[in-house]
Unconditional design. Structure first.
Length: 202
């Protein structure tokens, strides 16, 4: 009896006091995983950002969502203050609910000097299946560049666009309102580009 009980006790002790705590720790703190172990993907296919209080800068949260998710939703009736956001991967869908508004960051002194757009892709990135859409009905969502802050400077300083995509394969922009860009509203090139039912205003 003793010879059977002792191995069983040893196995249970190892499981509850050594193996289980290690598994739990790694699941909560994946950054502590040794570099030789394979990465554990944590897919986030959908993200809806509800802050948009017209006071807090939303760039960091929106950029993280764009980097990690397939669909990023901008809630209706909110105003999101953004510096440039990099459209960093293919298969990305920016979905704007009715009356959602993106406003370009208003402090020219702290706007990045690389002349990036509010939404941009880097020159060497080939994006595919990029979709930027508003709702099927209701008030158009707006990307507002606050160009009136920039226009008095003329060409004395670089001015950003609202959307800049050097090259894309299959791009759809639908039911969006682009307003008061500091420079050009849209700069897009590529194959199979579809722009339908949008508004461009100055």
């Amino acid at each position: 009896m003793y010879s059977v009980f002792l191995p069983l006790f040893t196995v249970l002790h190892f499981f509850f006091f050594i193996a289980l705590p290690i598994v739990v720790s790694l699941s909560f703190f994946p950054s502590f995983l040794p570099s030789f172990l394979p990465a554990l993907p944590l897919p986030l296919p959908f993200f809806q950002w509800d802050k948009g209080d017209n006071r807090t800068e939303d760039t960091t949260a929106v950029q993280q969502a764009v980097d990690e998710c397939a669909t990023v939703v901008f809630s209706g009736g909110r105003r999101y203050l953004l510096r440039p956001v990099n459209l960093s991967h293919s298969g990305l869908h920016l979905s704007f609910e009715a009356n959602a508004t993106v406003v370009a960051w208003g402090d020219l002194a702290t706007w990045p000097t690389g002349n990036e757009a509010v939404f941009y892709a880097t020159g060497h990135a080939l994006l595919s299946n990029l979709t930027i859409t508003g709702p099927a009905s209701g008030t158009y969502p707006t990307v507002d560049g606050q160009g009136w802050r920039w226009w008095p400077y003329g060409k004395t300083r670089p001015r950003p666009h609202l959307l800049s995509v050097p090259w894309a394969q299959t791009l759809l922009i639908s039911r969006m309102r682009f307003k008061d860009s500091p420079s050009f509203h849209l700069m897009v090139r590529g194959d199979r580009l579809t722009l339908t039912d949008n508004r461009v205003e100055v």
